[in-house]
Unconditional design. Sequence first.
Length: 266
Amino acid sequence: MATFNSTGAVSPSITRAGRNEPFELQVARGQITFHTEQNIFAYGATPATAGLFRTVWENMATTEYVFPGSALTMQLASDTAGDTASITIVGLDANYAVISETLALNGTTNVPTANQYFRINSMFVSTGSATNPVGIITLKNNTVTYAQINTAVFNGVTSSIGQTQMAVFTVPAGYSFYGNRFGAYSSFNGNSANYTTYRAVSNSVAGVQKIIVQTPFNTNYEVQRHYPLPYAEKTDLRWQIAPSTATSAVVSINIGGVLVKIDGSL
């Protein structure tokens, strides 16, 4: 924040001027060329099936997340009549280039996207929206849901969470993703028979699938990597959790890293 000296002139703080601050803060402030912070948050409830891995997202209790097989026009809608909030969709086109748009809800009536999306990375209530939605917001093609914004109770009133909470991310063309913070959390308090298992799955553009890590954990799993894990452009990433017993667990995922633009001149 700025302060004022004895003459009334503005004296910028060191942080505001960016003379001495952590590299990560500078990236978040947009001061480092070709670098963009990337945070992924997800929340859901596992199916009550022992050992069944599901990507953590809004519908994980019943449905595994699937990626579109081709670039699709999608339909945005609320399950509540009267919702008119503005919703921003961020995804990738058929060439894995970043595309986005903001659409106004028309209650339960489908609003088609102007873009065709090959991947959806996030969806959220636009900062400039005049209202907050009341209902559950879905982005679909036919009956398949590719993004969803759920509701929660705030001070006794049901309202929108405001953004998707899904552990899904595809690295855009021309970028590499470097993940350095990985966290998984479970409502299971943990013992030899009652625990959850975390795993990260990557799929290359050529279709090669890898399970990057598998870790059983009690309550929480957290890793801060000194050397970030690199993921190449056009890689599909999913973070999954499975319960050890036929009991549902409430789970969440918290991933952090940085997108770095591939530039041959550097």
